[in-house]
Design a protein around this ligand. Structure first.
Ligand SMILES: *Cc1c(COP(=O)(O)O)cnc(C)c1O
Length: 429
């Protein structure tokens, strides 16, 4: 499939008059259409709810769009919980799926009335100690170990992952929780990441549904929801076929009716915690070519760097690139597209065939809507970019300003050097 940017060169030339590159820009129309399709795909399940994984794109303006489609939020840290609270989410709309959890985070999650998803059997007593008594509703994260395969394809390696209860611990954990008075139980698992196949959710669902029946039979626990979590991926590469969420929803329904309904468990709610699937394709990093370098390779230097998008440097992840205005030009030049960090892995593309590039060209780096801006950092003293929203009517709105040096130096604001760095008085004076 040809990957096309959701912006034209003409639009970008207008936007940069107000908001200089680099920036992340999000496509409201795409976000809405996808959220609607997800809701429809699972409409067969009465209690269905998507808890958007806040860590993917922690921007309240974007999350508020998803909330119009019935989405809640999945948090895994103190500040993510704070954000949801400030946005006015109710406890029932917050899932707290964390691991290695500090006491203060459990405390805040409980205070907000969030549904807590325990990552480990030892967290039962940890949580009880913090709260005095356990909440009425609790969920446990399951890790079956071994490899997660679809047919002959190994998708991921849960046996090597730090998350979740073992199978035995699920049974023991449910027994303990039941003794301690927990009334409603949930089961959660996240066994493969960025799956670009319609088979992941139904396969995972069968595993969890069968486990749910056994857990109910052996412990008597009242299971009220099953959380399929994240992991539905997006086609970062043009040769990949996108997931069809309608097919996925329908396949999960079939498994549900095969396993849960006959077991008298046809009232279980299905939850999801999708991040990448909700936002990934609907964000782009826009950057300008500022240098070209001809040494042992041909380098294109842009004004964004790995602090704006870490995935290529961190995982060698592929992000498709469009050179604006050259969409139909032949890709007959071989380039490395680099940022300016003093790190040789600061490359958005290595040995990529692209149209002939000139200084001043605008480049769109695709699929940065999830785990893009959010993973940003400040290495080399580089500042984080702005986030913009391309509205359905074509207008552009600033939804997070770019960092300034003052933001970068803010944690020196109790020291004298702050005055010289910023020309302003210290906060404590
Ligand atoms: C990261 C994460 C998600 C979202 O994962 P995606 O791959 O973005 O869908 C959901 N749940 C938990 C607990 C996570 O850590």
């Amino acid at each position: 499939m040809k990957k096309e940017a959701f912006l034209t060169k003409k639009q970008i030339e207008e936007i940069v008059g107000t908001y200089p590159t680099p920036f992340h820009i999000y496509d409201e129309r795409g976000i809405r259409e996808n959220a609607k399709a997800l809701r429809e795909a699972f409409a067969w399940n009465k209690g269905y709810k998507e808890f958007f994984a806040v860590k993917a794109t922690p921007n309240p303006f974007l999350i508020n769009i998803l909330r119009e489609y019935g989405c809640g939020c999945d948090c895994s840290s103190y500040t993510e919980l704070m954000l949801c609270d400030a946005m006015g989410l109710e406890g029932k709309d917050i899932m707290f799926s964390s691991n290695d959890t500090p006491a203060a985070e459990f405390e805040l999650a409980a205070k907000l009335g969030a549904t807590i998803n325990l990552d480990d059997i030892t967290h039962i007593s940890f949580l009880e100690k913090i709260l005095g008594r356990l909440p009425e509703t609790l969920s446990c994260r399951f890790n079956p170990g071994g490899y997660f395969s679809l047919g002959t394809d190994i998708m991921d390696n849960p046996g090597d992952a730090k998350y979740g209860f073992t199978t035995e611990q699920m049974f023991e954990g449910f027994r303990i929780l039941k003794e301690k008075g927990v009334k409603n139980f949930g089961i959660h698992a996240f066994l493969a990441s960025n799956t670009v196949t319609n088979e992941y959710y139904p396969t995972l669902a069968r595993q969890l549904f069968e486990l749910a029946v056994k857990l109910r039979d052996e412990t008597g626990a009242h299971i009220t929801f099953i959380n399929l979590s994240g992991g539905i991926g997006i086609p970062y590469r043009p040769d990949q076929t996108p997931n069809d969420i309608r097919v996925i929803g329908e396949s999960v329904r079939k498994v549900y009716e095969e396993v849960l309904t006959p077991a008298g468990m046809g009232d279980i709610a299905i939850y999801t915690e999708l991040g990448r699937f909700m936002m990934g394709p609907y964000g782009a990093l826009v950057t300008k070519v500022i240098h070209q370098k001809h040494t042992y390779k041909e380098y294109v230097g842009v004004d964004a760097c790995a602090v704006n998008l870490m995935r290529p440097a961190m995982y060698g992840a592929y992000h498709h690139i469009t050179v604006l205005g050259k969409e139909d030009a032949p890709c007959d030049h071989l380039y490395d597209v680099t940022g300016s960090l003093c790190e040789n892995n600061d490359k958005f593309a290595i040995d990529r065939m692209l149209p002939e590039i000139e200084i001043g060209d605008y480049i769109v780096i695709h699929d940065t809507g999830a785990h893009g801006y959010a993973m940003g950092y400040n290495y080399n003293g580089k500042l984080k970019s702005a986030e913009l929203l391309l509205r359905e009517d074509g207008s552009v709105e600033l939804i997070r300003r770019a960092e300034t040096p003052k933001d970068y130096f803010a944690t020196f604001d109790c020291f004298e050097i702050f005055d010289r760095l910023t020309g302003e008085g210290r906060a404590d004076k």
